[in-house]
Design a protein around this ligand. Sequence first.
Ligand code: SAM
Length: 255
Amino acid sequence: MWDPSQYTRFRDERKRPFFELLSRVDVAAPTHVADLGCGTGDLTRVLAERWPGATVYGVDSSVEMVEEARRRPAPGSLRFEVGELAGWAPPVPLDVLVSNAALHWVPDHAALMARLVAKLSPNAVLAFQVPANFDAPSHRLVDEVKALPRFARVLEPVRRRPVETLETYESLLAGRGMTVDAWETTYLHLLPGEDAVLQWLLGTTLRPVLAALGEAERQAFLEELGPRLRDAYPAHARGTPFLFTRRFVVARRGT
Ligand SMILES: C[S@@+](CC[C@H](N)C(=O)[O-])C[C@H]1O[C@@H](n2cnc3c(N)ncnc32)[C@H](O)[C@@H]1O
């Protein structure tokens, strides 16, 4: 379902939040680190470079993504595995658990926080970033097209958004003995190219939607969505302005 080349099309816009997240992770010499929902593994490699003494695991449920991650040579301390991020069990407790733009694919974040904390060593840090743009025009328009009679039969009803508020994450993690630093950032991306917002969505949000449709329906879906997105996001010579809000949480075990 995942296509590494489409996802990496907007590489710079997608990797910046990872570095902003990592800049708040203050851990000197962890021995076991994991990146859950690691995708193509480019950012997992950054973790291995930052902590060369650590064993670093990159875990992703997509075979295509993990194959792509394994394509480039990696130090022996970096391992890529196919696995479900909630269910994956590290061989030893983790000192740093990072997840960038992946947890929103998993429902029930109260239960998920409990499962992630259970993977941690004492004094470990859990750091994650999730999109918080589910009410943006891009998502509303995808939902509008999904609800058209032609597609509504096949496509799931509008999904409940699993992402919680900053206060809820703080409360869930504080209740498990963590001290939390949480914030939200809205980026103004100026996306290059034609149909830029559609191209962005093809790398993420639209993957499961298109996977559920046959070839003809897929084409029809994009023909409905494309013009709506072009109206909502007019392109300029400088690019297509696209606002994107993300939530960040860095939680340390202990106080
Ligand atoms: C938007 S990409 C982010 C990839 C990478 N973290 C990055 O920042 O470039 C989301 C990734 O999460 C993975 N993913 C989604 N649901 C997952 C799950 N339940 N368990 C493991 N990986 C999952 C997808 O396969 C995809 O590679």
